[in-house]
Ligand binder design. Structure first.
Ligand code: MRU
Length: 354
């Protein structure tokens, strides 16, 4: 059975069941993953998405491989590399697979140890997101105090809630905590074209949690910031380098630029598993995912009879290009909210964390 804020769980048959995020908010469907190949597909076709949950499904996928290949270490490790390559940008994916492989290499009871480790990786994210929520909410309260605000407007991009990291997310965790503390919070939700994770998923989560929010077209944030309608920005991240550059959903960089120009604090919330200490210059070194141009051409929604439909919005014959992520340089980031504390986005602070 699914616990409320979990987008993945082991079902009664012992298979991995996931909430199929491609159909939200209009249909709540689940998909059952039985093999490592199923996990690879679910990550690359975005049945599951969001850096943390990608890592969780990857870890569970390695467990499914252990079950499939009955503890044959060499085969499991060979097949795990396919899961590891299922998407390129979110480093939690590689982190989780590497952790699983390490456990399997040193195990005398592969099936049991793989299952335990995958469950542990998921459970640890609950603790991480709870801590991020508390630390981030203290920042919210601080901003309100300094500005003498009775209510606060926070802008977020993409989906970094419990659909992206169990149980309450990264960027949304401080917002959920604010709600719990009785703070009057309103969220500007960037629609996040082309896949609309903001319009489809963040709004769905916030609606369910009773958090006041307004969906905006992606190009609206700069205007709102110029008119004093945004007090802070919080986004998640898919990979943060040791020098503090942050890859997140395409369009994040533009929001950070607007925030800088308007003197608005811009925070990135992330678990430690999202740091990539191997790289420094994010623009040069982070592998940015290129996705199908169909995601730009085709939109999904309900028709006037309430039935789910896909429609093409562009002329047939026009080309499109679909960069999944961009990199926000550290100089534009006010701070990194991690489960280990709030730190500056620079090499010294990040190194001291680890
Ligand atoms: O392409 P997606 O939907 O997987 O991208 C997700 C994001 O960019 C999130 O903001 C990011 O993963 C942070 S949430 C843990």
């Amino acid at each position: 059975m699914r616990a409320k804020y979990r987008p993945l769980w082991l079902n009664e048959e012992g298979d991995l069941e996931v909430l199929d995020q491609r159909y939200l908010p209009h249909e709540e469907l689940t998909r059952i993953l039985k093999t490592g190949q199923d996990a690879t597909e679910a990550i690359s076709d975005m049945t599951v998405r969001g850096a943390g949950v990608i890592g969780n499904v990857a870890a569970m996928g390695v467990y499914l491989l252990a079950r499939e290949f009955e503890g044959d270490k060499a085969k499991i490790i060979q097949e795990a590399s396919k899961i590891r390559a299922s998407r390129p940008t979110a480093v939690n994916l590689m982190w989780a697979v590497d952790k699983m492989v390490e456990v399997i290499k040193n195990s005398d009871d592969v099936l049991n140890d793989a299952r335990e480790e995958a469950i542990k990786i998921c459970d640890e994210d609950v603790r991480r997101s709870e801590a991020i929520g508390k630390i981030g909410c203290d920042i919210i309260e601080d901003i309100m105090k300094k500005k003498g605000l009775k209510s606060i407007n926070i802008l977020t991009h993409c989906n970094a809630g419990w659909l992206a990291i169990i149980d309450s997310g990264t960027a949304l965790a401080p917002i959920y905590e604010a709600k719990r503390r009785g703070i009057d919070v309103h969220v500007w939700v960037d629609e996040t074209r082309p896949r609309n994770q903001g319009a489809n998923l963040t709004s769905w989560e916030l609606l369910d949690a009773g958090v006041d929010h307004t969906i905006i077209a992606d190009n609206t944030g700069g205007h709102l910031m110029q008119h004093n309608m945004v007090d802070m920005v919080i986004t998640g991240a898919d990979r943060v380098t040791r020098c503090g550059d942050a890859a997140n959903k395409i369009g994040t960089y533009l929001k950070a630029l607007s925030a800088k120009d308007n003197n608005i604090p811009f925070y990135i919330a992330l678990p430690l598993s999202t740091f990539d200490l191997e790289s420094c210059d994010g623009v040069k070194e982070i592998d940015i995912e290129m996705r199908s141009e169909d995601e730009v051409h085709i939109m999904r929604g309900l028709d006037s009879d309430g039935n789910p439909q896909e429609i093409r919005i562009t002329p047939k014959g026009s080309k499109a290009v679909n960069y999944g992520f961009d990199v926000t340089p550290a100089r534009l980031i006010t701070g990194l909210i991690t489960e280990a504390g709030l730190i500056e986005a620079n090499e010294k602070a990040i190194k001291e964390l680890k």
